[in-house]
Design a protein around this ligand. Structure first.
Ligand code: DX5
Ligand code: ZN
Length: 218
């Protein structure tokens, strides 16, 4: 009975088998499924878009947590909401109108998340706290799985937890989460931990048991 949810990132899954991978990680104990959308512009890597999200939606029973690493964001919000995203998270750094973006996500019927790159201070979301459901603290520079956890971000999590007070807002951690770093961010106040490489390593659709063991180990 840990104090946080685990949201495996399918960035570390087999891209030819997303449906089966989502079913496997849920069967192995995933609380949410984290879906990393990258555009090769906001971040130096490209993954997939709303049509892939729509295709995997029927294979996810729990929360589909869509992390948009794209700029601009606003023209695509409706498409990701229609694809079945439960949470849509956009980056503070992705454009000049993050407040409008958060309004648009809720208007589209999804929960609104705001993400902060490692170089962005906690204060950047101060005026958004009455209109978001989740704040995502990036503990790596976004773009790739398997990077090293940036320890300076633990203090940012602590600051955000204090700023949030009793509002019902999740603090999500994304990047470098493993059995060593998870306790640090959990103690600082995070309640949703994204993990890619630490969940998927050693397993596969035909041998999913390691996913379960990896999730338990976090
Ligand atoms: C990074 C992505 C993360 C990533 C995490 O740009 O947003 O979700 O997949 O991967 P790990 O857990 O391997 O750092
Ligand atoms: Zn992510």
């Amino acid at each position: 009975n840990r104090s946080f949810k685990i949201a495996p990132s399918i960035l570390s899954a087999d891209f030819a088998n997303f449906g089966a991978e989502c079913e496997a990680i849920e069967a192995q104990g995933a609380d949410w499924v984290h879906v990393d959308v990258m555009d090769g512009h906001f971040v130096p890597n490209i993954t997939f878009g709303p049509s892939t999200c729509a295709a995997i939606r029927p294979h996810i029973k729990t929360v589909m947590d869509v992390h948009l690493m794209i700029a601009p964001v606003d023209p695509y919000i409706d498409a990701f909401a229609k694809a079945g995203a439960d949470v849509i998270t956009a980056h503070v750094e992705a454009g000049p109108h993050i407040h409008r973006t958060m309004q648009a996500i809720r208007a589209a019927g999804a929960k609104a998340g705001v993400a902060l790159n490692p170089g962005t201070p906690a204060s950047s979301v101060e005026y958004l706290l009455d209109m978001v459901d989740l704040v995502c603290v990036m503990t790596v520079n976004p773009g790739f799985g398997g990077q090293k956890f940036i320890h300076s971000q633990v203090e940012k999590v602590r600051q955000l937890r204090a700023m949030i007070g009793d509002r019902p807002i999740h603090i999500e951690i994304d990047g470098g989460v493993d059995p060593t770093t998870a306790p640090l961010v959990a103690a600082a106040g995070a309640d949703v931990l994204v993990a890619g490489s630490a969940v998927f390593r050693g397993g596969s659709v035909s041998n999913p048991a390691p996913y379960g063991a990896n999730i338990k180990a976090i």
